[in-house]
Design a binder for this molecule. Sequence first.
Ligand SMILES: Nc1ncnc2c1ncn2[C@@H]1O[C@H](COP(=O)(O)OP(=O)(O)OP(=O)(O)O)[C@@H](O)[C@H]1O
Ligand SMILES: [Mg+2]
Length: 250
Amino acid sequence: MTDLDVRTEKIPAARAVDAMKTYGTGEASVHALAGVTVDFPRHGFTAIMGPSGSGKSTLMQCVAGLDRLTSGHVFIGTTAIDGLSKTDLTLLRRDRLGFIFQQYNLIPSLSAEENILLPLSLAGTKVDRAWFDEVVQTVGMQDRLKNLPSQLSGGQQQRVAVARALVPKPEIIFADEPTGALDSRTGTEILSFMRRAVDTTGQTIVMVTHDPHAASYADRVLFLADGQIVDEMDAPTTDRVLDRMKRFEG
Ligand SMILES: Nc1ncnc2c1ncn2[C@@H]1O[C@H](COP(=O)(O)OP(=O)(O)OP(=O)(O)O)[C@@H](O)[C@H]1O
Ligand SMILES: [Mg+2]
């Protein structure tokens, strides 16, 4: 198999197999993931939903190599990440994955532009200026590139964080409640942009969200409860996701 095959259709962008994550021991132990097997298709936009404490962040963190499973396996493309050394895992994250967190995680002393370019500078990769400009235009930050994060609103900071994840064209972007702290208009802009990145550049996105409207931008929603996948929905709409959530709560 060539690199091209691996990076294209057949192989899921990421996969978890029998993923278990247990925190603590004995009576105090919590099974944050209690046996999850799931594929994240390439060029797909997957949303992960479920009640607070159901294991959404744990699943995302373990698939993204930010945390280790207690047992089971995670693959990024054909790479089994469980066996990687700490250094190799760090390099894999740096070279192949992108992250958007709820709290932006921007570096306060760097300008918006420097924050966006940081992953590329760390990797020593050359900047594709045309793509940089396109991403910055789309998130509407072209006039604020010289500003420090403290000089930007929450929504603007999140747009910088989204641009920072997209500019290196990672194989997969993982986003944990990326619009949770935003007003609905800015949130909708960011979600539309993520949707466009999937449709026009074939970006793969995995997003944790509590919000049925946010989930409606995905191709597929996974529903988690007590550390297990209990349902999934293709072509979600806000109303169908809401209905499903009500049924689970009732
Ligand atoms: N570092 C940790 N130590 C101990 N328990 C943890 C730790 N991280 C998570 N947990 C537990 O694992 C379970 C799953 O947590 P997780 O953060 O994945 O939930 P979540 O679905 O993301 O919830 P939320 O919607 O509130 O963000 C919870 O019961 C949580 O208390
Ligand atoms: Mg969480």
